[in-house]
Design a binder for this molecule. Sequence first.
Ligand code: ADP
Ligand code: MG
Length: 218
Amino acid sequence: MIEIKNIEKIYPNGTIALSKISLNVEKGDFVVLMGESGAGKTTLLKIIHSEEAPTTGSIIYEGEDIRNIPSTVLRRKIGFAYQDFMLIEDRTVFENISLPLQITGEPYKSLSNRVKTALKAMKLENKTFKLVKELSGGEKQRVSIARALISNPEVLLLDEPTGNLDNDTAKEIILYIEAMNEKGTTVIMSTHHIIDWDSKPKKILKLKNGRILKKDYA
Ligand SMILES: Nc1ncnc2c1ncn2[C@@H]1O[C@H](COP(=O)(O)OP(=O)(O)O)[C@@H](O)[C@H]1O
Ligand SMILES: [Mg+2]
């Protein structure tokens, strides 16, 4: 489904963030990118999302180079929950989450239903009309995940989705993401700590200093 082909990323300041990264992601996979801070996890996710261009190499999405896929089309297929949330602080949770659907002209009723479902899944129903700036870090993180899954994407990119959550909440969120994966959503998720996984095997990829240290397809 996604072919990551020999990706190298050198930032303008000379930092080599990724080198020689190749990986095939199949539909329905649950890929975990592991690695310490600075390993290149965020850079790789942004390249898959076509927000950063690789210096060399390419990403092929269902047979097509993502450079040739219009960003509006790609954004519908791939949801991204950012490590630093990227939410609009002085707007409500509802407004932040519904934004991707407003852009595509979704009718209000179904938009509102989808927001409700996503917020329920993230245990945030009681925060719907709160301003984002009134939320805790963990709540913001869950709003960012809810926004990523609102348009029912084929692929979900999650950048350290449990980084700001307490253990119990993290566990619940992971269970929910695993359930989405069971229903067919392809998941690529980064983390810098060991997670207590449920039963389904994951494709684990260990990154260090921008290189693949280990492909551990358990
Ligand atoms: N916009 C940028 N400009 C220059 N260097 C960057 C930029 N973003 C990330 N880096 C560098 O690239 C490397 C990988 O960063 P990143 O992908 O954020 O790693 P991780 O998400 O695993 O912590 C780090 O050395 C980081 O400092
Ligand atoms: Mg990161």
